[in-house]
Design a protein around this ligand. Structure first.
Ligand SMILES: Nc1ncnc2c1ncn2[C@@H]1O[C@H](COP(=O)(O)O)[C@@H](O)[C@H]1OP(=O)(O)O
Ligand SMILES: [Mg+2]
Ligand SMILES: [Mg+2]
Ligand SMILES: [Mg+2]
Length: 354
């Protein structure tokens, strides 16, 4: 199998970081800060990024990383840095051999800060670059709703290996999807999934677990024939995508089921396993460049599960131009068979506004 070593590394690194985020959720202090763009970041985001980058650099020292966070806030705040350091030290896989394969514990506070700062690649079309979102959907995470730990390897600008850790999604791939999924799910019994895919090799899910990797099963998008029966997924935040346009598109497609709102790339995972069918992310109106770490892993997983993902105009997503998808507007994901119909209707709705 291609990229076997990269996939195992990504799965174990995302597993360890996902366990770290779960421990933050169940502790009192989440060390929440507000970033310059008004979005929240927690000690979970910093800890997960440091652990994952340390694992990548252990296995593939030459690879670059485009990561969402950096160590700036921790270098300026001793008590926050100490909280993250405690958290990182406490986060180990139960299986010693697995822990060793991702480099074992980070050696020192300085090494932790340096790892965090190594997510500073400018991205690009050449070579091996990892895209990392240590907690995608931080607002969902804080609420006990959906969030995801997201890691993808891009080779020459093409997402090639993708892993999503979703601690609050049900293990059962066919568990019914309704609006309760996005709200206050909390990680309880039967929750926690690792999704993965390698380009050309299909997509899989397995229980998140605590140590060595559990057995995986193949996932695929639902064989939707009647689009009016589709379930569509969208953001919780109305500022991240246009709920009005999305409702309009659903209506034109004859969809009557209410949308399923959830934070993060858990939306990509949910359509890839056939629990939902469509992912609609229409531009919210404000000038916003989508970040590559918010999509790269989910896109490989959906494509390998039998889906297509483009921007809202049907244009291919270009992950090779830097840290953002600046040549694209919005996102549409659907099973291949119905994708042309969905894009046709999305275009109609966008053109009617132009
Ligand atoms: N105006 C915006 N439009 C689209 N996405 C946004 C916007 N602002 C932030 N985001 C990003 O969308 C992602 C969450 O998407 P969703 O709503 O589907 O869960 C987050 O990573 C968030 O970034 P950030 O991590 O900086 O908050
Ligand atoms: Mg964020
Ligand atoms: Mg994100
Ligand atoms: Mg994030």
């Amino acid at each position: 199998m291609a990229y076997e070593k990269e996939l195992e590394l990504a799965l174990l690194a995302v597993q360890r970081a996902s366990l770290l985020t779960k421990s933050v959720f169940s502790s009192h202090s989440k060390g929440t800060l507000t970033k310059s763009d008004a979005s929240p970041v927690t000690i979970g985001d910093f800890g997960a990024q440091a652990l994952i980058i340390a694992s990548i650099k252990h296995a593939f020292p030459e690879d670059e990383v485009v990561g969402e966070e950096d160590a700036g806030d921790l270098r300026a705040n001793d008590s926050l840095r100490d909280l993250v350091w405690e958290l990182v030290q406490a986060s180990k896989l139960e299986d010693g051999a697995a822990e060793d394969r991702i480099g074992g514990p980070i050696k020192s506070k300085d090494a932790m800060l340096n790892a965090l700062d190594q997510g500073d690649s400018a991205g690009g079309r050449k070579g091996r670059i990892w895209a990392l979102d240590p907690i995608d959907g931080t607002k969902g995470f804080l609420r006990g709703g959906q969030y995801a730990v997201c890691l993808a390897l891009m080779v020459d600008g093409v997402p090639t290996v993708g892993v999503l850790g979703c601690p609050n999604l049900p293990v059962d791939d066919k568990a019914p999807l309704d609006s309760s999924i996005g709200a206050d799910a909390d990680s309880g019994e039967g929750k926690g999934v690792l999704f993965s895919a390698v380009k050309g090799e299909g997509a899989q899910s397995r229980p998140l677990g605590k140590g060595a990797l559990q057995e995986a099963q193949k996932i695929s998008m639902s064989p939707l024939t009647n689009i009016s029966e589709a379930t569509f997924c969208e953001s919780v935040e109305s500022g991240h995508s246009n709920h009005g346009d999305q409702a309009n598109i659903a209506q034109r497609l004859g969809i009557t089921k209410p949308s399923v709102r959830m934070d993060s790339q858990a939306k990509y995972a949910s359509i890839a396993r056939g629990a939902g069918d469509l992912y609609l992310r229409l531009p919210s109106g404000k000038a916003y460049e989508e970040k590559i770490w918010d999509h790269a892993a989910g896109v490989v997983i959906v494509r390998e599960a039998g889906g297509e993902v483009t921007d809202a105009y049907g244009k291919p997503l270009d992950f090779g131009i830097g840290r953002t998808l600046k040549e694209n507007k919005g996102i549409v994901g659907a099973p291949k068979a119905v994708f042309p119909k969905v894009i046709e209707v999305v275009r109609e709705v966008l053109n009617a506004k132009a």
